[in-house]
Design a protein around this ligand. Structure first.
Ligand SMILES: N[C@@H](CCC(=O)N[C@@H](CS)C(=O)NCC(=O)O)C(=O)O
Length: 252
């Protein structure tokens, strides 16, 4: 797809969901092990779960289950006893849940002091707007394509509403590549906007002690998407380069 169409339609998709999944809580719960989500980019219900995960600032191991894909179905069947997504497994507590409302309510109850907000729960309005968002992106990420299995999982720094990161997540989903999703949602005014055009005149500094701050100290700025592929000793910024890289290395 043409890059301009990709970016515009990705902005439209985020707008249709009112940019839910842009903001992250200031505190991030340090999980002993990341929660695990069997997910599909472009799946309306899965999007609602990922929005909640950004809001709660939880690192999540994503097992993409696009239509026609088989790479993670055995493990899903073993854990869940079915093949319905979204499915969550929390290895820290042993909790398993299927479907938006069970997953999102559990995550808010367990990892925040708030009740799950209605805009992140399944309702005719949230599902309809999420379906429209998927349509705006021409259902990208929903269909499996032949790919090589990586030895080790990849890591993607992202946040749900990021139009640039969505393009990368779609590719990871189509290629069924498992990845650790590290959410770097916005936590203050200065985080808003692209890295090259922030809503602040002062030199950019993330909130101290946050994952963003850790990232800033390591890489000198905060920009997503950022991909780490330990299989090829690769770390990279720039969505177009990452999408091309994934296609070159893993598509068959
Ligand atoms: N040219 C970059 C642009 C990436 C970009 O601007 N990403 C935004 C999020 S959509 C960002 O990192 N903003 C700064 C921030 O979140 O701190 C790409 O294609 O990856």
């Amino acid at each position: 797809m043409n890059r301009m169409i990709d970016l515009t339609s990705s902005v439209v998709a985020s707008t249709l969901r009112s940019w839910r999944g842009s903001m992250s809580s200031k505190a991030s719960t340090l999980l002993k092990q990341p929660i695990q989500l069997f997910d599909q980019e472009g799946h309306p219900q899965c999007r609602l779960v990922r929005e909640a995960i950004t809001e709660l600032n939880l690192d999540t191991m994503i097992y993409p289950c696009p239509e026609g894909g088989t790479r993670h179905t055995e493990r899903l069947k073993e854990l869940a006893g079915h093949q319905i997504i979204p499915f969550l497994y929390d290895p820290n507590t042993g909790y398993k849940a299927t479907g938006v409302n069970a997953i999102v309510s559990y995550l808010f109850d367990h990892y925040s002091k708030r009740k799950a907000p209605s805009f992140l729960l399944e309702s005719p309005i949230t599902v309809a707007s999420s379906k429209l968002a998927s349509l705006a992106r021409f259902q990208a990420g929903t269909k499996a394509r032949a790919s090589k299995t990586p030895n080790q999982s990849l890591t993607l720094y992202s946040f749900e509403a990021s139009p640039f990161s969505r393009l990368v997540r779609e590719k990871l989903s189509e290629l069924e590549l498992p990845y650790l999703l590290v959410n770097l949602g916005k936590q203050q005014r200065a985080d808003i906007g692209p890295a090259v055009m922030r809503l602040t005149l002062k030199p950019y500094r993330p909130l101290p002690g946050t994952k963003r701050d850790e990232f800033f100290k390591k890489y000198g700025d905060v920009q997503v998407p950022f991909l780490i592929d330990p299989n090829n000793d690769t770390e990279m910024f720039e969505s177009a380069d990452i999408v091309r890289y994934l296609e070159d290395k893993y598509a068959q």
